[in-house]
Design a protein. Structure first.
Length: 286
């Protein structure tokens, strides 16, 4: 499915691809996550928003199988599970694209596309990489996602940050991911490149994947998101669907709401005697 095709309607009776219910994670006496819930449905984008230290990284690691949760339930397609490791998550269809990306900059795009899963041909001492197949598949899969690269033989390090993110998304779709977890994909990008990445995030959604978009940017989240979970100091500070919250309210909650109002009041500059409308002390002239 291309980015221009309309997504198939979601079956409301189908279980969530991934569901976290009251999940908590502790490191000794430190509560990294406490009572956090999240639903990820096929053909939808669930956005997790929060500042640094809000618990976003811990949540990613639990979904990706790096860490085990200490309380609550973690379900994949209605089945309660505990992931043993990241390979276990991949085998169950959960692919995670981290902010720093797992790429080798000097290798060509097609080598990075198949990194760790290279197809081969021949047998025994004649077994070798199927380079032609990898080149053709990489080019075809990127085009299917609407990504038209100049040359799949160019080193991936020569691509822009947005293009590298798009290659990682296309790779996850090709290798059969059902759930795509994106860790701050637009954090280090400009406005134009961020728009390109969000377009391919929407393309993954339209291909039927459930997407978890981790971000601190409410404007980017609201452009593509269907569900929003806000984290603050490891706990949920809000949970909304797209039709239940406006961008202004989402931004306000993300920024701290009443705390921001209080800070704004504290930062107001006190009027000085030279300001218009301020009378010198002792001047009682009407």
């Amino acid at each position: 499915m291309t980015a221009t095709q309309a997504p198939a309607p979601r079956d409301p009776a189908a279980p969530a691809l991934v569901e976290l219910d009251g999940v908590s994670k502790y490191y000794g006496n430190i509560k990294a996550l406490e009572n956090v819930s999240l639903e990820v449905h096929a053909g939808e984008i669930s956005c997790v928003l929060g500042d640094n230290g809000a618990g976003k990284s811990t949540l990613i690691k639990i979904i990706a199988g790096l860490h085990r949760h200490d309380a609550g339930t973690f379900l994949i397609e209605g089945e309660e599970i505990t992931l043993a490791n990241p390979r276990d998550a991949l085998d169950r269809g959960i692919a995670t694209v981290y902010q720093d990306l797992a790429v080798v900059p000097l290798m060509p795009v097609w080598r990075n596309f198949f990194l760790g899963s290279e197809p081969t041909k021949g047998a025994g001492p004649f077994k070798r990489l199927d380079v032609r197949r990898m080149r053709e598949t990489t080019r075809a899969e990127l085009l299917r996602m609407g990504i038209d690269l100049r040359d799949v033989d160019q080193p991936i390090g020569t691509l822009s940050g947005g293009e590298r993110q798009c290659v990682a998304i296309a790779r996850a779709v090709y290798f059969g991911a059902k759930v795509l977890v994106l860790d701050e994909p637009t954090a280090a990008l400009g406005v134009k490149q961020s728009g390109v990445v969000l377009k391919y995030v929407a393309a993954a959604r339209d291909a039927g994947l459930g997407v978890v978009l981790i971000t601190h940017n409410p404007h980017h989240a609201y452009l593509v998101g269907d569900r929003f979970v806000l984290l603050k100091r490891g706990a949920m500070s809000g949970s909304h669907t797209k039709d239940g919250v406006t961008l202004d309210e989402l931004t306000r909650q993300m920024a701290g709401g009443s705390e921001l109002d209080e800070l704004s009041h504290e930062l107001e500059r006190a009027p000085s005697p030279g300001d218009p409308g301020v009378r010198p002390e002792g001047d009682e002239t009407p």
